[in-house]
Structures are given as C-alpha cells and as structure tokens.
Ligand binder design. Structure first.
Ligand SMILES: [Zn+2]
Ligand SMILES: [Zn+2]
Length: 705
C-alpha cells in the first residue's frame, strides 16, 4: 500500500484519489480493506480541494470507517483548511470518540477561518468538560483574544497556563506575545519576551511586528539589531514588518540590506518595498521596484495605481490604468475603487464614465463598495442626476452610499435635498455615522439652513449618541458665523471639546470678513496667530481682515509674519478635462506649453467681461505690490488659465468643469459669473470647499461661501 503513496507525486493527488477509488472497485477490495485507514489519512493530508475531499469522505463512510477518531480528526482538519467550517463542526459533533486532538483541530480550524468567538466557545467548552488542553490548543486559541480585543479573557488563559504549570514552551510564549501585541499591551509582551529561555525566528518576528504595528519605530529597529547580534538573520516576515513602519529613512536602509541578504527577488518583499515607498510618498522609487517585479500580480498593479493616484499625477495614473487594461489584468473591486476615487479627486468625469462602463462589464455593478465609489465619483463631478440614478438602482446600500449622496448635494448647494435624503435614510432604519453628520451639517452651512442644522446637531448627540468631533463643530460654527450669529458661533467655539483648531478660527474669521465685524475679527486673529498655523492661507485671510478694517499696519504685520515664518503659499492648481484628457495649470505658470495661446485668449476675454461690467478685485491679492502688478497676479490665477483653455478647446455650449485644490478667490468668483454670462457657458468649479455652478451670471452658492 505504501507504494501507492510514494508512486503518486505530491502534486498529483487527484490522480492518486482516482487510483485509489479504482482499486476499491477492483477485485482486490477485500485485500486492501484492512489497511485503508492510513491510506485515507495520507490522501486527506494532501487534499486541498473540495471535490476530492468529498470523494474521500464518501469512501470513508462507505468503508464504515466514519467513527474512526483518527480519520474524523483528519477530516475535520481538511474541511477546515478548505474553509468549510460548518462541515467540520458537524463531523466533530457526530464523532463519538472525541479526543484532545479532535478538540484542538476544531478550535484551530475555527481560529484560522476567523471564527474567533466560536473558537473561544470551544475552548471554554473543553475546560468545562474537564479536558486538559495542551500547548497546541492554547497556542491556537490565543490569537482569538487579540483579534477580538478581549484582553481580560486572554489574560485569564495566560493565568490558566501558569496555574497548570505547563512549563516553558516557545510556541505558547510566542502566541502570548503576539496576543498582547495585538491588544496593544507592548510592555507585557516585552516582559514575556525578555523572560523566554528559548527563542526562535518567529518569536523575534512577533516582537518586531508588534512594535512596528503599534508605531514604535525605534524599538522595532533596536529589536531587529538585537536579533541580528544574537545570530538570527531574519526572514521575509522580519523584512515585511520593518517595511510596514512607513519610515523612508528606515525603509531605504532596509532596501540595501534586502539586496545584500538576497531577498531582493522575493515577490512578497518586493511588493512590501513598493508599498513602503508609496506610503512614504516616494512614488518614483516605488515605480522602479514595480518595474523590477517579474510576475506582476493584481496586488502589485493596484498598489502602484494607488501610489500614482495618491501622488496626484493624473496623467501617469491613467496611463498605468490603461496599461493594466492592455495587459488584460483582471480588475477586482479594489482596483476599480482605486481608479474611481482618482477620477473623483481629479474631477475627471469622462474617465469616470469609462470606468463605470468597466464596472458593469466586469460584473461589479451591485458590489456595495464599488457602488459607493461610483456614486462618489459622480457626486464629486457635480453630476448629481447620474449619482442619484445609480443610487436608486442599487438594491443594497450601505451608509457610505448614503453619505456620498448627501455630501454631493451639500457641496453643490442643494441643502434641502441633503436633509431630505438624511431623513429618508434614518426612516429606513439605516444608522447614520460620524461622516453622515459631517456631510449633512456641511450641507446646512453651505445653504444657510441654520434652524435645521442646529436641530440635526442636537439630535446627533441626543438621539444618535455620536460625540461631536472638531469636524462637526467646524460645520456648526461655520453655519452660525455665516448666518451672522457671530456671538453664538464664538461662544460655541469657547465651549467646544476638543479645543478649536486652526480651521475653526479661520471659518469664524471668514464670517467676520463677510459680516464686516472687524472688532471680533481682530480678536479672533490674535487667537489664531497664537496657534501659529503653518498654512499660508490663514495669514492671507488674516491680512485681508485687517486690510478690510483699514488697519494697514496690522495687515502688513500679518504679511511679514507670513514671510518671516518662511511659509510659502500652497501652490494653487486647477485642472480641466477635455475629451477625457486632464489639463492641469499652476498659478502664474508661464512655461506651460499652451501659455502663449492662453494669454492671447485671456486678453480678449478680459476686454469682453470688462465691457460687461467686471472690475478686478485687487483685495484678493495679499502681496505688497502696486495695483497693476496685483491685476497681473489675478490674471494668472490657475482657474482663469484652466477656464480660458476650456473655452478655447471645447465645443460651444459644453459645460466646463474645473477642479481646484484651494478655495476660489473673490476675484475669480466674480470673473466666473461674468464669463458664464458673456460666453453663454455653464462653469462648474469645484474648490477645496464646495461646488460653484456658474450660469448666466449667477453662482449656485448665491455668494454664500
Ligand atoms: Zn483667483
Ligand atoms: Zn459660488
């Protein structure tokens, strides 16, 4: 019989199964019957698929061996590794002669299939039935406590281990360290580690990954060096946990070490290296690694797609995505969501529509996560009708889908629609989360729906038990401030917890600017300056408030603070999509390939809108320069360049969609109104805060921004 096992190659187990089944049917049936037990067992050990497993299981039943505890345990183990835990549980419950191995196999199967609660139940059942677990049983149940975050129960098993004097055991001790690290109890983990009499590579790895996952960069590195001093060179897992530290200095050091130690060609290590460079915003290094990977799998392609999209280089992102399609990489939900959020961020509607078609083609249309990404894409391109259509079509919606819709309505200024959808959601029994309230409160503040907003804010804490975060406070303070209730806004700011950040002060300052309440404006400015914001935008706002109050010396002081703090204004850029291609313009970018054409066009454009009554608002320029220079600066704002290019290249009547990284300035807002009227075009401008839809000389925000 043994020859059957040795003859059949390990990888051709299915042939072995067939061979075995044929034998059974043959005349030799009676001869082999006696010794089928080890044969069944040896086959089960190699079975990795459901179909042959069912065949062998049937044979075991036919051969009247289903009560053999040894075979039962093997069956439980094999069903568990095929992921069929319910089947494994049935065999376990029907088994008459359960032994310790049966319990252990079931328990470890449950834990490996992420059924942690069930694994813990089995463990306690064992203890209740007075079956003494062994080291393997305990090591198998420990991860469950860590994963479920139940420290107290985990500790009680640790006590059980000590009380029953199991003695030193590297597997259990490593399991305990892992459990405590997952629970975030690094000091206990370290204490256990230091007391270990014997350690293996896994113990070192568990300690290092514990440190890196809990954000202890220095400790993780120190442990790694200590490991090497003790003569352990580390393996793939060591490298991977260190790479997950997301520290470029550590990562590039490791990169050279990886090359030296010969792990360079390991697919897992390579992907982890690439991920590290992506997470450290070093996209070019990541791309070099990506190119070196011989067999690029979907994970590698998608990670790189995420990296490129994160870097904001849309052209390279879309090129990479097209390459994925050319190479016939089977897209999954993660890759589709990645590209959709890229489209959403860049406002690339044409590309977004193309991806939507791919979503349908690849059968992910009803996927709840992909669905919410599609809705989010349409909403972020101000196509609320398409977003709503998809939203209504989706049978199953999660809270993210509702949030995307509500946020979309809010950004475009449809406050009532946002509130209506919010109440529909709660009426249907969908529980709103923190983001839902941020979206709906923002919607209220963008539309000046004060009473509704305050009521929703009140319900958020009282009915939904959600503690307001600084984002919620910012929305409500913004809502009150814009409505002119500066005193209420200010006192809410003083009461809020956590303490107000820069964004709250700046929104209040903006309200002071709108309502020309300079006294309070100056007061808030002082408090804002104490916070020392490192974004130049706040100094601009500050200086504007002083300037509007006629306090020129303070205005100059704010500008000086800006200079002396060495803060550069975040470079403004705008993009416009024309026939599926995205064109990006930086403010004052004179080296753009189309600059000459655009400049000529803009000169004409300004003559046209000035004739219609436009006058440049030079207050939008913070620089201490003569008026004509200020006009020139305004002329070169990125959204103006993008709009001019859009007007030049698109067909008459087409909507021009602009996406801007910063908030639109007063002057551009004014110019857009005139452009929409003079040129008879709809301009959709998405700035850092919201949408402005300009049509026939008016903006959808009703100048409420
Ligand atoms: Zn501007
Ligand atoms: Zn507007």
């Amino acid at each position: 019989m043994n020859c059957i096992c040795t003859v059949a190659n390990r990888h051709f187990w299915h042939q072995k199964v067939l061979f075995f089944l044929n034998l059974k049917i043959s005349h030799k049936l009676s001869v082999i019957y006696y010794s089928t037990k080890p044969l069944h067992a040896s086959i089960l050990q190699e079975v990795k698929d459901i179909k042959p497993l069912l065949q062998v299981h049937a044979q075991i039943i036919v051969s009247n061996l289903s009560h053999n505890v040894f075979l039962c345990n093997r069956l439980i183990n094999t069903y568990a590794s095929c992921g069929l835990m319910s089947k494994a549980q049935i065999i376990f419950s029907q088994s008459l002669n359960k032994n310790l191995v049966s319990w252990t196999v079931l328990l470890s199967g449950l834990a490996k299939n992420d059924l942690f609660l069930e694994a813990i139940e089995v463990f306690y059942e064992m203890v209740v039935q007075d079956i003494r677990p062994n080291e393997i049983t305990i090591a198998s149940v420990l991860p469950a406590f860590g994963k479920l975050g139940i420290a107290l129960m985990g500790k009680s098993v640790h006590c059980y281990w000590i009380r029953h004097k199991f003695g030193d055991n590297v597997v259990v001790e490593t399991g305990l360290i892992d459990m405590y690290s997952t629970l975030g109890c690094m000091r206990i983990a370290r204490n256990l580690f230091d007391k270990m009499s014997v350690r293996n590579v896994v113990s070192w790895n568990v300690m290092i990954s514990g440190y890196s996952e809990n954000g202890y960069v220095e400790e993780a590195l120190w442990m790694f060096n200590r490991m090497r001093r003790k003569g352990f060179s580390g393996d793939v897992y060591t490298q991977m946990s260190l790479l997950s530290l997301e520290d470029l200095r550590v990562g590039s050091g490791l990169h050279s070490l990886i090359i030296k130690s010969g792990y360079e060609n390991d697919q897992l290590v390579k992907t982890a290296l690439m991920e590290m460079y992506i997470n450290c915003d070093s996209v070019n290094d990541a791309y070099c690694i990506f190119r070196e990977i011989n067999k690029k799998d979907l994970v590698a392609w998608t990670s790189m797609l995420r990296g490129l999209s994160k870097s904001g280089n849309w052209r390279r992102t879309i090129e990479h995505f097209n390459k994925m399609l050319q190479d016939q990489i089977m897209l999954d939900s993660v890759s589709l969501i990645t590209i959709l959020s890229g489209c959403s961020f860049s406002g690339a509607l044409d590309q977004g529509k193309r991806v939507h078609a791919l979503v349908i083609k690849s059968g992910f249309e009803a996927d709840i996560f992909v669905g919410s990404a599609v809705i989010d894409m349409y909403a972020n391109c101000a196509c609320m009708r398409d977003a709503r259509k998809y939203f209504e079509w989706m049978e199953e919606k999660d809270v993210a889908c509702w949030n995307a819709m509500i946020a979309g309505y809010g950004m475009i200024g449809y406050g009532n629609e946002a509130i209506e959808l919010f109440s529909k959601m709660t009426n249907l029994g969908v529980s709103p989360d923190e983001s839902t309230f941020v979206s709906v409160l923002c919607a209220c503040s963008h539309c000046g729906l004060v009473a509704q907003g305050l009521q929703i804010f009140d319900h958020m804490t009282k009915v939904w038990n959600i503690r307001p975060t600084s984002k919620h406070y910012t929305c409500v303070i913004d809502l009150l401030g814009r409505a002119g209730r500066l005193h209420d806004a200010y006192s809410l700011m003083k009461r809020m917890h956590p303490k107000p950040g820069v964004e709250v002060y700046s929104s209040l300052l903006n309200a002071c600017r709108i309502h020309r309440n300079f006294e309070r404006g100056v007061e808030i400015s002082r408090e804002l300056l104490e916070l020392k914001p490192n974004d130049a935008g706040y100094y601009v706002l500050l200086s504007n408030v002083y300037a509007l109050a006629g306090n020129w010396s303070s205005a100059r002081m704010a500008r000086k603070a800006l200079k002396s703090n060495n803060l550069k204004k975040n470079p403004g850029f705008s993009s416009v999509e024309i026939n599926g291609e995205l064109f990006t313009f930086m403010a004052s970018q004179t080296d753009h390939p189309y600059y000459k054409e655009i400049k000529e066009f803009l000169v004409g454009l300004f003559i046209n809108i000035e004739q219609a009554g436009y006058e440049p608002d030079t207050n939008s320029v913070i620089l201490d320069v003569p008026e004509d220079v200020k006009k020139d600066v305004l002329f070169h704002h990125s959204e103006k360049l993008a709009i001019a290019f859009g007007l030049m290249r698109s067909k008459p009547g087409m909507v021009i969609r602009i996406t801007k990284n910063l908030r639109i300035c007063n002057d551009c807002h004014l110019a857009c109104k005139f452009i929409s009227k003079v040129y008879g075009r709809v301009l959709v401008v998405k700035d850092a805060n919201r949408f402005h839809v300009f049509e026939d000389g008016v903006c959808s925000c009703k100048d409420w921004w």
